[in-house]
Design a protein around this ligand. Sequence first.
Ligand code: NAD
Length: 508
Amino acid sequence: MDSRRLLAELRLDRANPGAAFGDAVEVPGAGHFSTENPADGAVLAEIGRASVYDYDHVIAAATAAAARLRAVPAPVRGELVRRIAMRLRERKELLATLVSLEVGKIRSEGAGEIQEMMDIADFAVGLARQFGGRTLASERPSHRLYEQWHPLGVAGVITAFNFPAAVWAWNAFIAVVCGNAVVWKPSPKAPLVALAVHRIAAAEAAAAGLPGIFGLLLSDEPVLGQRMAADARIALLSFTGSSAVGRTVAQTVAARFGRSLLECSGNNAVIVAPDADLALVTPAVLFGAVGTAGQRCTSTRRLIVHESLFEPLLARLGHAYARVRIGDPLDPATLLGPLIDAHARDLYRSAVGQVCASGGEIVFGGRHLDGPGYFVQPTLVRARPEWPVVQRETFAPILYAMPYRELDEAITINNAVEQGLSSSIFTRDIASAEAFVAAAGSDCGIANVNCGTSGAEIGAAFGGEKATGGGREAGSDAWKAYMRRQAVTINWGRELPLAQGVQFDIQP
Ligand code: NAD
């Protein structure tokens, strides 16, 4: 399907609004910005730019909707999420194609993005019937002591360009079953995906008699995100993006005693132990470093290889890199689509320049492709762990390879960066695997054995430490971030005993 027909099918071919809220209310915004196809640089559509005036309407509508939603039983909120997921399932192919068109993900990764939305919806629907609190033993007779969980109110969700739909779903579906309204400010690099997804969710909410629980703000200016961070009406602000922006968001939210949930940058490493099975390592590293054009927070950026395998593995990877098909993300044979924009390509070129200036030796790649679109070669470089360029996250398919001798040294290299998101070891040795996941092992939020750093599934809580921000989403008990905990003591007796045996009687 060509892009014009796709946009028409999704009703994205007319004047696109800047904000949406309430009972399917869409407003034009003040001014416009454009979104482009990174594979050819062509403008896909003009998008209204939400004004600060629109912002107040969206937040007011969400605040009112949150007050209604908290009275709705959680399983009924789950039913709404189930219905949204049914609509997503029907439109999976169209939405997946739109993801490829707007952010350049290859076909199967575009489909994976929408699949992930449905997976988290399944999780959220089940969760909606499982919220519980602990009942604890009270030290006082005839007292009941328990904890319960309440909705927070409005949850703000700011998302990055590279997961333009799934990360919203991770947050929104859990937030809604927890009883919160959700206001989404997506990346200005993927507004069409956000609009298409928002319309599905908003229509189902309105049909369920719950209009306004989903709000949308589209803008290419930072001011609305900054407002969200400073706005005390937003009880929780979930931010996904770079550590640099996440740091300012976290500080602003903290200054008003708000809650933030941060999913920021990664600088993920794979350790290849001397007994590793290279038949597993090669595809895992290829997907981790080259998949999504190196534009995942969990992309493999550093390869720490035992010296005995260093040259053989680099030879294998060089051979695999040479066979990677670069091109149109909608062509099923393509493995490497474009970077998101010209700025991303400039950052790639700058990183390659810096690593070469430091003494790095390029094993494969190192060049961008001429012509329309923002394509670069998958790039493999011999590097040193301490070089500043290696310590940074460059959002591009560049992999820095370095040798090690002892496992302790490899783990030290793994941990010696600011970020702490994902990590892997390839080994058949149980002691090495256990050392890697032990307390003195990887300091990351995600530690994998014999699988790569990239491609987490719904279920376990996802997130990372240090400059990655400490947030957890998409599984386990991460739902607790979207609720407030209340400790309740009920005295059903006829006495008033005080805790800790304190006496406070008025003497007769
Ligand atoms: P970015 O930091 O440039 O932008 C992220 C979002 O923040 C966008 O919606 C942007 O409009 C908004 N924003 C920009 N300035 C703001 C401000 N001052 N206040 C509030 N919001 C503001 O990131 P990006 O380039 O879109 O995405 C790439 C980054 O995201 C990478 O660092 C990647 O590792 C990270 N990421 C992390 C995860 C994770 O789960 N840890 C997932 C995806 C992406």
